[in-house]
Write a protein that binds this ligand. Structure first.
Ligand code: PLP
Length: 220
């Protein structure tokens, strides 16, 4: 029987279990601990337990919080999971190691320029509007092949696809659809699954799960 003494251990156990059922290796699933809104003193316990991959949704918050933590803990990898404005592209490229929210041509141009200026290529997931929701960010499904072509032409490394499925509906079909789109476009990375559905996402092929509440508790 598994006994988890911390939320991080419990989430890791759940990842391992879901991977095992899906005949996958747990190490092929990267846990992104989403630390947005949580202050440094709530993050250090996870760092002390060996967690090194974290997600933030705002550039400015990450710039304020992480330099000091990075000085104390080697090997931190920071992922931007929130919407990015073009005028923050330069800051984002300097602060983050992976960007999960590449979703429109204007941002593509800004990021390409920022990466050229910084001399640093930051891998990006293309966020897909998988539920075809009007109010939601993300590249439209029909425009994905052309957008990927533009990204490659701009020399932006594409890590894979990312989605946030519609709320209050069973997410599994949307995860499966994102996996199909990735396969059709020759991409391996799949950033999908949050606290309430990361095990489902792993069974549908997620390579990156973005988990906040299950690790840190409710956001204030
Ligand atoms: C906040 C956030 C998460 C984490 O959500 P939880 O339900 O707290 O696990 C994951 N992905 C994105 C894009 C987010 O903004």
């Amino acid at each position: 029987m598994d006994i988890a003494s911390t939320p991080l251990e419990l989430v890791r156990q759940k990842i391992a279990r879901a991977a095992k059922i899906a005949r996958r290796e747990a190490q092929d699933v990267t846990l992104i601990a989403v630390s947005k809104t949580h202050p440094a003193h709530q993050i250090t316990p996870l760092l002390d337990q060996g967690q090194r991959v974290f997600g933030e949704n705002r550039v400015q918050e990450a710039q304020e919080k992480w330099p000091e933590l990075r000085e104390k803990y080697a090997g931190v990898e920071l992922h931007l999971i929130g919407q990015l404005q073009s005028n923050k592209a330069e800051d984002a490229v300097q602060t983050f190691d992976v960007i999960h929210s590449l979703d429109r041509p204007s941002l593509l141009k800004a990021l390409a320029k920022a990466m050229d200026a910084a001399g640093r290529r930051v891998p990006c997931f293309v966020q897909v509007n998988i539920g075809d929701e009007e109010q939601k960010g993300g590249c439209a499904i029909a425009e994905l092949p052309e957008f990927l072509e533009q990204a490659r032409a701009a020399n932006i490394p594409i890590a894979g696809l990312m989605c946030i499925p519609p709320a209050e509906i069973e997410p599994a079909p949307f995860f499966a659809f994102l996996a199909k789109l990735a396969e059709d476009n020759g991409l391996e990375g799949l950033s999908m699954g949050m606290s309430s559905d990361f095990e489902t996402a792993i069974m549908q092929g997620a390579t990156h799960v973005r988990v906040g509440t299950a690790l840190f508790g409710e956001r204030g």
